[in-house]
Design a protein around this ligand. Structure first.
Ligand SMILES: *[C@@H]1O[C@H](CO)[C@@H](O)[C@H](O)[C@H]1NC(C)=O
Length: 218
């Protein structure tokens, strides 16, 4: 009987642990697995390049010092550096992005389906926030200045606004080689094809004309 209980406990622990392991980018089983972006093999990530052919450039990117062009309706732009730009990110569970903000610029509510984010402000003043899942939908916000960071947990809707007088710059460190991004206004109002206006009118509790007006912007 005691042996059976032990066995059951071991089984429960192993199932729980394996769930934790599979919830994130896979742990590397070698020093590196530089992505071979040309190989036709489809795995969870990319197939590894022959280690003998790996070069320092595979782990390198230059250009994050360059300011992004914020001349768009949001007044902000994200320059994302994922496994596509740095093949060395493959299987390591990391990537990075630079975010530029014009004065008053907003990085609209969005989420990363595969990554937690640490946003570190390098220049200017940002208001950053995220909202928790249902039913609480609690909003956490913070004003950030250079050297300050704020976390957006994986899958949570988050946003930033430049509330300073000048431009603002931040670096986003992400816990996935391919974090993905779902921008709420673009996906809800700018899908291809459009979500029916009657569905969105009901969802947002406004009339269909109001929905059509918003859809025109996306
Ligand atoms: C920034 O983008 C706008 C709109 O696309 C364009 O008109 C402008 O020339 C760009 N500026 C630079 C410096 O590339």
């Amino acid at each position: 009987m005691a042996a059976r209980i032990l066995l059951l406990a071991a089984l429960v622990i192993s199932i729980t642990c394996s769930d934790i392991a599979f919830a994130f980018d896979p742990s590397p089983l070698q020093d590196f697995c530089v992505a071979d972006l040309q190989k036709p093999v489809l795995v969870n990530g990319y197939a590894c390049k022959d280690p003998k052919l790996v070069k320092a450039e595979d782990f390198y990117f230059s250009g994050l010092n360059r300011e992004g062009n914020t001349s768009n309706p949001f007044g902000s732009i994200a320059t994302r550096i994922t496994v596509t730009q740095v093949p060395g990110f493959n299987t390591l569970g990391i990537s990075i992005a630079r975010a530029d903000f014009a004065p008053g610029g907003v990085n609209p509510p969005h989420f990363h389906p595969r990554a937690t984010e640490i946003l570190t402000v390098l220049k200017g003043t940002l208001e950053a926030g995220f909202v928790t899942s249902n039913p609480e939908n609690r909003l956490f916000t913070k004003v950030l200045r250079p050297g300050d960071l704020f976390v957006a947990p994986k899958g949570m809707i988050h946003f930033q606004k430049n509330i300073g007088r000048g431009k603002a710059v931040a670096l986003a460190s992400l816990g996935s080689q391919n974090p993905g991004v779902v921008t709420v206004p673009n996906t809800v109002f700018g899908s291809h094809p459009r979500i029916s206006t009657d569905i969105l009118a009901k969802a947002f509790q406004v009339d269909q004309f109001r929905i059509q007006q918003i859809q025109k912007n996306f």
